[in-house]
Design a protein around this ligand. Sequence first.
Ligand SMILES: Nc1ncnc2c1ncn2[C@@H]1O[C@H](COP(=O)(O)OP(=O)(O)O)[C@@H](O)[C@H]1O
Ligand SMILES: [Mg+2]
Length: 328
Amino acid sequence: MSERDIYVPEERKEEKKEEIKKAEKVEEVMKKTETEVVKPSEEEIKEEEEEEELLEEEPEVEEEVKEPIPKELIQRRKYLKRWKDKDLFETVEEVFDMSTQLAVYELIRRGVIGELKGVISAGKEARVYCGKSPKGDDIAVKIYLTTTAEFRKSIRKYILGDPRFEQIANRGLRHLIYAWARKEFRNLKRMEQAGIRVPKPIAVYKNVLVMEFIGENCKRAPLLVELAKPVNQLDVEEWTRIFNTVYDYMIKMYQKARLVHADLNEYNIMYWNDEPVIIDVSQAVPINHPYALEFLMHDIQQIRRFFSSVGVEVPSAAEMYAKITGLE
Ligand SMILES: Nc1ncnc2c1ncn2[C@@H]1O[C@H](COP(=O)(O)OP(=O)(O)O)[C@@H](O)[C@H]1O
Ligand SMILES: [Mg+2]
């Protein structure tokens, strides 16, 4: 994305310059590490492409976007006038930039999202909404913020060295975040195929990811942390059962999905219908990532720490490491 592609109001010029400067820096770092990256084989690439069921990319809408109100948006607004959820429309308008709004409308137009209901979570990097599919099923809509500087910083350590990111490294920050959303979609798909309980991925378009909603009637399921604190709501047998399932998922994730979650803890595991559900997998890296084993060790320690705090007798880190990586 270059300055000349998009109309920028005078007061945002400085901000924009800063953004571009940062983008160039990230790209520079990425280029440097590219040489160290282990390239996937032709076969692996093909396999992965077959696995992906992404919505096909349309020509970039945002390149043509001129503020204040693009033609596209007016058309979509007309469409949305017929659409009852006006409040939410305003929320989305307030929080997100134009191209994100367009992405949401595009998913509505394509019949992936029927309506958006309330916000479930407002994190630093993404907001998660509950919505309804046109058929009326609950769906979770995760929208990555394209504008927070922190985001760029925090994703850097995961994307540097991920062979799947090489292509995107030269295409600017917005594309990096689209790639990040696609990565979460792909990781969910790979984990699902490996027999791990995750939210079923439904669609990804630009920085918007649509997946199965874990919970009911737009009330989300609890996270493990919420079942442990401030009041421990489960007995040790139940916790042990959950630990064993999570442990099994860690093994499957490494050996079948060939991924390391890299942020596995009690905040990223939900509990629904008596089963743990692994979430938040955008940062998961392939096992050939240069830091994969470090991330794995960290995940193991986090899981041991949490489950021993609720009374589970957890195996040693060394034992878990050997079992997960298949070295035993
Ligand atoms: N598929 C989902 N169904 C229901 N709630 C979800 C779903 N995915 C995420 N959430 C809720 O949103 C919160 C944030 O999502 P997460 O993917 O962990 O993003 P991040 O931690 O990066 O902001 C979760 O803690 C959970 O409460
Ligand atoms: Mg999270």
